[in-house]
Design a binder for this molecule. Structure first.
Ligand code: CO
Length: 170
């Protein structure tokens, strides 16, 4: 089932999410719905707050035809090496800006079967893990762009926030 994606200005995107205690039917259904929603929106990642749920969950659909269902993620290591690349977000349509992040990260999470997974990631996958993890902290990529880029997108963001608050579909 495709869920409504919350957009910039919605308070749920600014809340800190909490760990999943038990992987039950409700959580499995949410994960499936999040995959459907991400595919429908043609995104590569989607975090639970983006569909109005403040739980430590996100899904990724990057390359290799593999969909990851990520529960209670945490980073074990970050590289000192930094990479800069464009990012966008399904909650902030129409805005793409460069963000600097560690180039490599080692991440640990629980998958939908309740198994502990540890992955060493780089490139787009490492970036996606960090972008989605930020959502769980109530952070958005536009918080991390350069001051110049921030000025360039400020009127677009203001408009998006106003549309979100009016309850409009954006
Ligand atoms: Co996002």
């Amino acid at each position: 089932m495709v869920l409504k994606i919350r957009t910039y200005g919605d308070k749920v995107l600014r809340e800190k999410s909490t760990d999943v205690e038990e992987i039950n039917e409700e959580i499995l259904k949410l994960l499936d719905d999040m995959i459907d929603t991400m595919k429908h929106a043609e995104g590569v990642g989607l975090a639970a707050p983006q569909v109005g749920v403040n739980k430590n969950i996100f899904v990724l659909g990057i390359g290799d035809g593999k969909y990851r269902k990520v529960i209670n993620p945490k980073f074990l290591e970050y590289s000192k090496e930094i990479a800069e690349n464009d990012e966008g977000c399904l909650s902030i349509p129409g805005i793409y800006k460069k963000v600097c992040r560690p180039a490599f990260v080692k991440v640990e999470y629980i998958n939908e079967k309740g198994e502990k997974v540890v992955e060493e990631t780089e490139g787009l996958l490492a970036r996606a893990f960090q972008h989605e993890y930020d959502h769980l902290q109530g952070e958005l990529f536009v918080d991390k762009i350069s001051p110049v880029a921030k000025r360039l997108v400020s009127s677009k963001l203001k408009k998006l926030k106003a549309d979100t608050e009016k309850g409009m579909d954006v």
